[in-house]
Unconditional design. Sequence first.
Lengths: 420, 119, 486
Amino acid sequence: MENRDLVIIGGGPAGLAAGYGAYKAGVKDILLIERDNTLGGILNQCIHNGFGLHRFKEELTGPEYASRYEEMVKETNIEVRSNTMAIDLSDDKVITVVSSKRGLEQIKAKAVILAMGCRERSRGAISTPGARVSGIFTAGAAQKYCNIDGYLVGKRIVILGSGDIGLIMARRMTLEGAKVLADVELCPYSNGLNRNIAQCLNDFNIPLYLSYTVTDIIADEDNKRVKQVVISKVDEKKKVIPGTEIAFDCDTLLLSVGLIPENELSKKAGIELDSRTKGPLVYDNLETDKEGIFACGNVLQVHDLVDNVSMEGERAGKNAAEYLSKGERNASLIKTIPGSGIGYVCPQYIRKDSLKDDVDIFFRVRVPSSNVRLVLEKNGKEFFSIPKIKVVPSEMESIRIKKEMLPDASEITLSLKENK
Amino acid sequence: MIKEMVCINCPRGCQLKVDTDLLTVTGNTCPRGKDYGISEVTNPVRTVTSTVKITGGLIDRVSVKTNHPISKDLMTACMDEINKITVKAPIKIGDIIISNVLNTKADVVATKSVGKKNG
Amino acid sequence: MHFDVTIIGAGITGSAIAFELSKYQLKVAVLEKENDVSMKTTKANSGIIHAGYDPKPGSLMARLNVEGSQLTHDLYPLLNFHYKQIGSLVIGSTEEEHQVINDLFERGLKNGVKDLHILKTSAEVHQYDHNLASNIDYALYAPTAGIISPWELCLALAYTATINGVDFILNCEVKDITKNDKGFLISTSKGNYESTYVINCAGTHADDIYKLVLKDRKNDSFTILPCKGEYYLLDKDQGSLMNHVIFQTPTKLGKGVLVSPTVHGNLIVGPNADYEDATKDDTCTLQTSLDFVKASSLKSSANLFFGANIRNFSGIRATLKDQDDFLIEESKIVPHFINFAGIKSPGLSCGPAFGKEAIRLLEKAGLNFVEKKEFHYYRLPTFFSNMTLEEKKQAIISNPLYGQVICRCETVTEAEIINAINAPIGATTIDGIKRRTNAGMGRCQGGFCGPKVFQLLMDELKLNYDQVYQDRDGSEVVVCKTKGEK
């Protein structure tokens, strides 16, 4: 069996950053496994710009951002094995990989960083009724067909979901000659960045239907392809209001209805997952509940900005390096609990006594809120509070807590409260 | 007249209020936002990102962008110019695909490298 | 082209008959309207091999169900389709339901079903399946019930028939059938065929096919009433919620909404039985039906988590207007024309028994059977994801394309996809690949592997992009190339 110090599973932005971070922190033996034939992950098909404003102080397209990290990784001695897929992971860090070139191999690692990214939710996840014919795609699949393979999946398009992927594809398909008839959003607000509403919908006069959802898909006479998509308004409880149907004659429905972290390998290793993030439960150093296995990027929590993915990745690399040189950090745990108004909190555990620095807590709120306070409580008593003018679920937030401010507690709760 | 808009320069998406007569901007949190507000009411510009046909490469499309924003009115014409081109692999990131597209002084450059497909 | 026997329809019925006939020295053809086998009812059902206590004693259903479920069990090691004999529970909580369960038990005994057993206490029932609703206190346990991949069984039977000489003619729509003294003249979209015997296995269109040969005696045909059933398919992390197939007590409409692990590790929930909104070929799902299935299933278990749904689908069963039992017989009006009509549940469970029954009917109708000297079973290749570590290692050494994973969710390799395209009845579409390899059947429903499978089909079959279909012919995946490229 091959023995390696650090194995990183995934060569997208999280894995590349993790490799770079680990190398900078002194790890000399790093193997990075990537299932595709190029590095960069999903960035390769994200040909639009808007990446890198924080990390590189420049506005880059997805492939350019990936290339920056690839260049950084090239300057290291990190071994990259592409066209190689991890198909199993044990809790004692044996990774089983397959590739055409090298066959099936098993690698024993001293530390592992999980960076497998995420998947798109499909039609089944929201149980949209109607015809089951061709012409229904997730936005990411349509993006791959368009930007890598050079195909248009449709000419007259309705998009469900106004998260960034849906918005970006509205513009992309329009630029390539398709007609995007509508972007339909279940919530009363869009989940994408304001800038994307402006430059993807408004620029092209594509109407945004808020508080609507797709309630039927109608096929052509031969029952082969989408012919019409019907949308209906929903009330505050997201229940369909009868009689509000609007029909669009189209040939394609694109779905941008959410991302799920891809944790098959994590499950195989017996790593405990957070039912809210759908990613592993982690300590403040991004280590999972299995010693020496770390997680970062979309596999841990779905991010909005790749810059944050890189920061998280580099942190994971640095922490893995520390684990390799200093061993396991044992300390009593403080559990972080999402309280009222908070969707999830990451990390889920803080090992206070072995903290070196301050700790950043990442979270998302449940609904858009203005003039609020983020409050940390121990046993119902506030010990930390910060005001926020505006917070939205579609933007990941973080607060930094000084080590000294953390109480001796087994649990702390993060909540959203009114700012009086 | 006051025009309201979202600044697209960075993910913050600040809500701007632009006075079209006085050419003043409020709501921005950085100087680029002010520039954007003014340009949007005088001469709106956009960066165009797209793909170009490529032959002999590991993939069939290479992603490109205009290396400076160009006039918003020229977006469609720019796409037409981009669509006319077919390049041959290998392409290196940064390669100029169209120089001074539509006389805008902006180049269309490759944003990824595409290697040659092995025979 | 003259055939001894022509079978119309390549679902489970037609394929099972072709399989059986291929053991004999006969010229056999199967004419299938769609571009693949198992395209209709056979691919859209619960995937259950019923034990056989449900059908009325003395009925064709009862006899063929019991025979078929045993034959399926015996064929499993030979054909290597996915199959597990996990047993079933018919659950109840009221006096009325207890009585129905007792009746089913008696019926099962009469039908010759082995090892039936009634669980008479809540404790016992919950020992068998702890996630059952707390009020369930009575159940019929049938250990011989099983779960199966229905299209896989159909494929295995069709492949075996093919390698033993049966002609599967796809994209072949039967337009007319005329009986003359030479036999039958069958006009199709692919030309004319002559046949001594015809076996009608046309599913929801069996009456339309029969009417073709009846000519001016159309009114003597049976009538097929399509009945739609809709399903939820839950993610694999829900697959272990139940240990057995869980049935509610049957009603007039049928066996009711079931909850069951699938043979691939998912959890399937459904179906309803909708006659009103059903037409013969329409497989839309309806909000009202989906809501009904969900609400109904929660009576079996409060722990069903529909947030894990990855797919909804619907299937149409062919029911007969005037009888509940199958209609399987040589036509009294047109000799040598044999109908297999109204093949609703437990049709899948009868599968291979239909083949034996066809032999019996053809013999009675005068056909001579001489066994072939050689007959080979086509064993479906083992999925890479099901191989042991050592088998995986060897597979990649023998074919490096086993090292190239295409479908991440189900760990399906390029080798398997290429093999599926080159199978005796090769896949030519995205869904054809899916049925043969499971690529696209997982959590992301083909979102990730779709473009890759698309490319592999183009390369291997030398297709243009507009010839790669999602499923049925003409269901193009992409509409054009970008930038006006041809």
